[in-house]
Design a protein around this ligand. Structure first.
Ligand SMILES: Cc1cc2nc3c(=O)[nH]c(=O)nc-3n(C[C@H](O)[C@H](O)[C@H](O)COP(=O)(O)OP(=O)(O)OC[C@H]3O[C@@H](n4cnc5c(N)ncnc54)[C@H](O)[C@@H]3O)c2cc1C
Length: 570
């Protein structure tokens, strides 16, 4: 059989193989807090606030003065994609009780619960960038946290969420998250989700990085596919009314500042659709495709921060946007799959991170920011492995899984990962796989209150506007733990559906004559007054990897070509 790696990498693999037996029963200590703080400070991109290549202060909008990643500042400090004078708002095509934007787990949960709350399905209109259900939610792998184990409780889960978030979380939101965990699992099971079970029928629970109890519920390593399947099936069986390939490019207001619907762009016919609604839920997910700090990403193509951009222009505050989650194990070889996720479940099942010398250098289940920083340190100090295309990486010693759990454990519990690598001739039961931190999750986002109403910097709600899921911030503080996002989208997706439905039942339909895009003109004026001259237009909708558009939207100019800046830590 031919070797799956070039010879210089095989030499390193042999060093990893040589230490496997001695590492098998190795006991790892969690890093003391002072040490992990120091590691983060020196090696995590989030801690480079004073470096203009990474961060910039916002010069316009409700969060003016806040520091955000440069790529986020670029999409916010951009002209609206739509020119208000090109749109005839008197041509209202849809009048609906509820507009839901996005069909990942948060949007789908919102739709189902708004319907449960009494809004008829035909009175809910759904805008989605791609097809129904195309999302990060569907791509998720490892699992969902919920504190239903015998030795667990909402309080223990809550403390894990807070310590993972460096105690910066919105505590009431974090409390709502954990308290509803067991119910979320029951609801998903009632819709037909098949979670992995032990031989005796008990739920199989695994440990997540940064957690103190086993509370990951998974469906092999394609949990998101299974959970999205049941949510989509339920929505389809209730005849969900979806406009596919019709992203929302702006919110509408009624002239007084209250949100009155959305402006959708039909990607197939290249026409606008004017939608007026009594309530609107933004569930557009995160920003992976902005390639913050030049990192590759695990995210789907429509993860371009659109909902946040639209909300910002109607006055929404944004929080925790200075913090980005880099997942420690993105694929780093072969080149075709660079950035794709290698689930944390690998480490939950026993895989270790190992350097070029065959040394395991960190407890495998530290929080993700700490793991990523530790990898970047190993690479930065010369103990990484470099591929023929110049991509650096660290070994994830996957053969350790079968060694610890018995033959077949990896193929059974990590079927998708097995397939991901064997397609390229790398059998992860025999050979370690190469990984590097990859941009995974938007920790911060649109500010919401406990009813999921979108709020302004003074905490007052923006009338008729709700948001849930990865596009929002607060629950996870500055760092999310694995499995808490799927919990968030079920818990807060539900809440946003219920809150928006309750609101729509009381609200009046905005008058056609009041529909307005004046806030976009106002925003452009603010850019002008701040001296920002730019051709960037957002929301992006989809990145254009042909180059120029992505470069403009994310701020990379010709002088700074769009490429991975993996030498940042050199
Ligand atoms: C590869 C991968 C693995 C993961 N694994 C886990 C895991 O094991 N456990 C866990 O808890 N979390 C995991 N996560 C994170 C988690 O899956 C996401 O944070 C979560 O699913 C986000 O859900 P959402 O509904 O908020 O957004 P998404 O699921 O991303 O959905 C957003 C939706 O909005 C649409 N959209 C975007 N822009 C527009 C627009 N302008 N107009 C209309 N529609 C728009 C998108 O097409 C999509 O339908 C993973 C993420 C990835 C990428």
């Amino acid at each position: 059989m031919t070797d799956p790696y070039p010879e210089h990498m095989m030499e390193s693999v042999r060093r990893v193989n040589a230490t496997r037996d001695e590492r098998k029963d190795m006991e790892f200590d969690r890093i003391p807090e002072e040490e992990s703080d120091e590691l983060l400070r020196q090696w995590h991109p989030d801690y480079r606030k004073s470096d203009a290549a990474f961060f910039r202060e916002l010069a316009v909008g409700p969060a003016k003065g806040k520091i955000v990643p440069t790529e986020v500042a670029n999409v916010l400090e951009a002209h609206p994609r739509v020119n208000p004078s090109d749109v005839d708002l008197s041509e209202v095509e849809y009048s609906t009780e509820l507009l839901v934007i996005g069909t990942g787990g948060a949007g789908l949960s919102a739709i189902l619960w708004a319907n449960n709350e009494g809004i008829a399905m035909e009175d809910i209109l759904v805008s989605t960038a791609l097809r129904l259900g195309d999302s990060n939610s569907k791509m998720s792998q490892g699992g969902i946290q919920a504190c239903d184990g015998k030795d667990d409780s909402p309080m223990i889960h809550w403390l894990d969420v807070l310590s993972g978030g460096h105690w910066t979380n919105d505590r009431p939101l974090a409390r709502d998250l954990v308290e509803k965990g067991p119910l979320a699992i029951k609801w998903l099971e009632s819709l037909g989700a098949t979670f992995d079970k032990e031989q005796d029928g008990d739920m199989q629970l695994l440990m997540a990085g940064g957690a103190s109890r086993k509370r990951i519920h998974s469906c092999k390593d394609y949990t998101g596919l299974e959970l999205t399947r049941v949510l989509m099936d339920e929505a389809l069986s209730r005849d969900v009314n979806t406009l596919e390939f019709c992203p929302t490019v702006s919110l509408l207001t009624d002239g007084s500042g209250a949100v009155a619907g959305g402006l959708l762009w039909n990607m197939e016919t290249e026409e606008y659709h004017v939608v007026r609604s009594k309530a609107t839920v933004i569930a557009t997910g995160g920003f992976g495709r902005l390639h913050v700090a030049g990192f590759p990403t695990t995210n789907h193509y429509a993860a371009t921060c659109d909902g946040l951009v639209s909300a910002y222009r109607v006055g929404a505050d944004i929080i925790h946007m200075q913090s980005t989650q880099y997942h420690p194990t993105g694929a780093a070889y072969p080149e075709q799959i660079v950035g794709l996720l290698v689930t944390e479940k690998c480490r939950s099942m026993g895989a270790q991170l190992v350097n070029d010398d065959g040394e395991a250098f960190i407890y495998p289940l530290e929080p993700r920011d700490v793991e990523s920083a530790a990898e970047l340190k190993e690479i930065g100090e010369g103990r990484g492995i470099t591929t023929p295309t110049g991509q650096d990486g660290i070994w994830l010693d996957t053969p350790m899984i079968d060694k610890k759990r018995g033959e077949g454990a990896l193929e059974d519990g990590l079927a998708a990962i097995y397939r991901l690598f064997t397609r390229f001739g790398i059998d992860p039961t025999e050979y370690p796989v190469l990984v590097h931190p990859t941009l995974h999750y938007q920790n911060g986002g649109i500010a919401i209150n406990r009813d999921t109403q979108v709020v302004k910097p003074d905490g007052s709600p923006i009338e008729n506007l709700f948001a849930s899921g990865e596009t929002t911030g607060g629950v996870h503080g500055d760092n999310r733990l694995m499995g808490n996002s799927w919990l968030e989208i079920v818990v807060f997706g539900r809440k946003s559906g219920i809150s928006a439905a309750k609101h729509a039942k009381k609200a009046k339909m905005p008058k056609k004559s009041d529909l307005s895009l004046a806030h976009l003109d106002k925003y452009s004026k603010e850019l002008e007054e701040a001296g920002i001259e730019t051709e960037r237009r957002t929301p992006i909708i989809l990145p254009n990897y042909l180059g120029e558009n992505t470069m403009k939207a994310t701020g990379y100019g010709k002088e700074k070509p769009f490429k991975r800046r993996l030498d940042l830590f050199a």
